[in-house]
Ligand binder design. Structure first.
Ligand code: PEP
Length: 229
């Protein structure tokens, strides 16, 4: 338990390219009713684009304390951009977007400039951007106050960074951008290690990939952090 009384804690499920609509809805039906209702606990699910509309409907019908987000969005306005998902359209369904994930930077050659443009599109459409960085040298676009530190060696490897090292990086990021920046840790977070990252109270949440796919494990992560408050 980390104490939710005086600050927001974010727990973000990044499903990556996983789950059919049926599987997504099963996850929502299992996880939604088990989430604690606490204004300082921000639990977010980021499904693939194809699941987003149905997930949003299920969250609204169940009145679950779950924010729906996307894993990426277009750097362009609506218009002739084949295959792109524009923020102006996504905003009907989502309030949150992961931007600049290392898998996009490395597999899809996303640059710092594109990250900046995507952040601008998100903000223009009232979508909260979470910018992922691999280390303190990666630029953070102006106005961003939610950042995820995700070291490459820890993503999907089962080799998480230590809470001490993640805390040090978070402190450096906050020194660079301002104390109001909230810094999350991501990389091989599990139900077992989740609470250790938040004990020092420097980090403001967790970005969870693989372990978020299993509804039971994701609920355990939320409980480990919130104490079921
Ligand atoms: C991620 O890709 O954002 C991530 C944290 O993945 P995993 O938890 O699987 O390491």
């Amino acid at each position: 338990m980390v104490g939710l009384e005086n600050k927001n804690i974010w727990i973000i499920a990044n499903w990556k390219s996983n789950k059919t609509i049926k599987e997504a809805l099963e996850w929502i039906e299992l996880v939604g009713p088990r989430l604690p209702k606490n204004n300082n606990l921000k639990v977010v699910v980021c499904p693939p684009f194809t699941d987003v509309e149905e997930v949003k409907k299920a969250v609204m019908v169940g009145n679950y304390p779950l924010i729906v987000g996307v894993q990426d969005l277009s750097p362009f306005e609506v218009g002739p951009y084949t295959g792109e998902e524009s923020a102006a359209i996504l905003k009907d369904f989502v309030d949150f977007a992961i931007i600049g994930h290392s898998e996009r930077r490395h597999n899809f050659f996303e640059t710092d400039e594109m990250v900046k443009e995507k952040v601008e599109m998100a903000r223009k459409n009232s979508i909260t951007p979470l910018v992922c960085i691999e280390g303190v040298d990666v630029p953070i676009p102006e106005g961003v106050d939610l950042v995820a530190y995700e070291p490459i060696f820890a993503i999907g490897t089962g080799e998480a960074d230590t809470p001490q090292s993640a805390g040090k990086i978070a402190t450096l990021i906050k020194q660079k951008t301002g104390q109001d920046t909230q810094v999350l840790y991501g990389g091989s977070v599990t139900a077992e290690n989740a609470s250790s990252f938040l004990e020092s109270k420097i980090l403001d949440g967790l970005l969870v990939g693989k372990a978020s796919l299993d509804p039971g494990e994701f609920v355990q992560i939320v409980e480990a952090v919130s104490g079921g408050d």
